[in-house]
Design a protein around this ligand. Sequence first.
Ligand code: NDP
Length: 337
Amino acid sequence: MTRTNRQWLLASRPDGEVKVENFAWREQAVPEPRDGEFLLRTIYLSLDPTNRAWMNAADTYLPAIPLGEVMRGIGIGIVEESRHPGFSAGDLVQGLPGWQTYALSDGTGYSKLPPAPVPLEAHFALLGHIGLTAHYGLLEIGEPKQGETLVVSAAAGAVGSLVGQIGKLKGCRVVGIAGGEKKCAWIRDDLRFDAAIDYRNENVFESLRKHCPQGIDIYFDNVGGPILDAVLPLINNHARIPLCGMISQYNSTRPSPGPSNLAMLIIRRARMQGFIILDHLANAAPAVRDLVTWYAEGKLRYRTEMVEGIENAPEALLKLFSGQNTGKLLVKVSGEP
Ligand code: NDP
């Protein structure tokens, strides 16, 4: 019997907010690998804010997805058949299978999962592009020191929740900014952040002033926009601002006005630096070791928001923009081996 590959295609480009109608469903026969290729069955699909940017007509750090193509997506899968010298049937791999139940690949952009005593889903919620982003962005760009004050936005999300915990491990005072009291309670009471600010219901600038009496040494920015502007007047001399993401801007249809408090970078001799974690994956082994060790010691926790079934991927993607996810948003596409 022929097996079916179930896929979501990019049908149209979003005008502002992404909509379910931007995607089209297709079913076709599962392809056969040719020489130099393998066939992968997708197990977990990672839904990421960057998916929204990839849907635009303009290239980002990756080329724009052509209309009518399978939606690009990061995933974990198992190699079912291989005619590739570097991959064997049964290998668990991560890469860009896209929003489909099966993917053919010549191996480009794929790597075997690092051996780590963690659940499979943790390769995205704790390790992979999420954990490495938190680790690299905070430790290499943020350069936290004992006693410094770290502020992180989207603090109850996948990256932000790890950043705050790693900041605590490094001896920082950690203040998280998140939407809603439930998320704030989670990061404050369960993850042991020193304070949480509900940006939907509080004046962020006033609350930051209250919770950061010594000023802000590091701002790990996941959101950009008005929150970045509220942070800037409170930064200390030689503050570091890892620019990780700007989710508040991803649905904008026109360029938004720049932060009006940018001159604070000069006054405070501060540094703001963007990064893309893809550039650093090749040297990730020490970071993976750190993350696994902290997890094993009970010092670093993650949370997943699991959506069942690839048919629900478009609807689920919207959760990132309405803040309905806590921790790492994943789609379970098929069963674990
Ligand atoms: P999250 O799990 O943090 O989910 C996104 C969260 O952003 C939502 O849950 C929501 O939480 C918050 N949010 C949405 N809209 C707004 C808004 N307008 N203002 C403030 N907060 C908002 O996603 P990730 O952890 O995967 O990603 C976090 C950031 O990191 C993103 O900007 C992403 O693009 C970036 N990133 C960058 C990488 C790099 O290499 N530079 C790699 C991976 C991620 P709430 O309820 O609190 O609003």
